[in-house]
Design a protein around this ligand. Structure first.
Ligand SMILES: [Fe+2]
Length: 295
């Protein structure tokens, strides 16, 4: 049976049928999925009761994995999952939801701002593959916005302004935006900003996209207020409803998205309820721009 892709009725996303992700992926199937990712940017697979090993196996069939250690405030003893996973759950090492005011939770809810995964790494992420094992009784949707469609809808003057701009990205900036500013010296060092182009080109299609993320703190060479206002305007433009798909999770969904041409955000849900979602991440091919030489 061949793989079928059904569009979600917007400029972004498709549901996928005719594939069991527990089975090994042929190279022809992997190519079909890459082509569909180029086209739809978000793919939704329902009813995929995978083990962690099967989740990792499917990811590896699409490319090399990113190591996600050190991306959060979890201590080593808190880790429920191997380093091949980003634990996007609200659960501690004992499988219990973090307290409402737990520092690890307050840092983690920064992912409710629009962002692109690992844009704070010199080689940023390609795809993210998020699987739901337990979901709360309400809320917790993930929303995706298409940065290629958003780029194409910009006026020519704005396209010219942003074409060669370079931004600084760090989790320090996205947390500062929600008032989380207390970091240890070790964390500040670990979350040192990296540089990324603001306009990216998808290698296989040549399609341009706006590489936005709430991890951006400034535009290199710009005064801070002017930089932040442009970034706000672009984000407001790029997250209009016409560019957005909102995913309501079911247990055993796996949703895969292309971080090079989308932003996403998690939505709120009751803090006392468990939400067990776990993510593998495909490493990007290369930096988007040269990094500054360290002073
Ligand atoms: Fe994310």
């Amino acid at each position: 049976m061949s793989i079928q892709f059904h569009t979600l009725g917007t400029c972004i996303g498709a549901e996928v049928d005719g594939i069991d992700l527990r089975e090994p992926l042929s190279s022809a199937q992997a190519e079909e999925i890459h082509a569909a990712m180029d086209r739809y940017a978000v793919l939704v697979f329902h009813n995929q009761p995978l083990t962690n090993e099967q989740h990792v196996g499917f990811t590896r069939a699409l490319g090399p994995l990113e190591n996600t250690m050190g991306n959060t405030l979890r201590a080593a003893a808190d880790h429920r999952l191997p380093p091949t996973f980003a634990d996007v759950s609200n659960l501690d090492g004992n499988d219990k939801p973090f307290g409402q005011d737990d520092r690890r939770r307050l840092f983690a809810i920064g992912n409710r701002l629009w962002h692109s995964d690992s844009s704070f790494k010199a080689v940023p992420a390609k795809y993210s593959l998020l699987r739901a094992l337990r979901i709360p009784s309400k809320g917790g949707n993930t929303e995706f916005a298409h940065m290629g469609a958003a780029y194409e809808a910009l006026d020519d003057e704005t396209k010219d302004v942003i074409e060669d701009l370079v931004c600084e990205h760090s989790q320090l900036f996205s947390r500062e935006a929600i008032g989380f500013t207390e970091f240890t010296p070790e964390e500040r060092e670990r979350f040192r900003p990296v540089r990324q182009r603001l306009v990216r080109t998808l290698p296989r299609t040549g399609r341009k996209s706006i590489y936005l993320s709430s991890h951006i703190g400034t535009i290199v060479g710009w005064a801070l207020p002017e930089a932040r206002l442009l970034l706000r305007d672009l984000t407001e433009h790029a997250t209009q409803r016409e560019f957005v798909y909102s995913h309501k999770w079911q247990v055993d969904d796996l949703v895969m998205w292309d971080n090079r041409q989308t932003m996403h955000r998690g939505r709120a849900y009751p803090a006392s309820e468990a939400r067990d979602v776990r993510r593998t991440t495909l490493k990007g091919d290369a930096p988007t721009v040269e990094q500054a030489v360290a002073a």
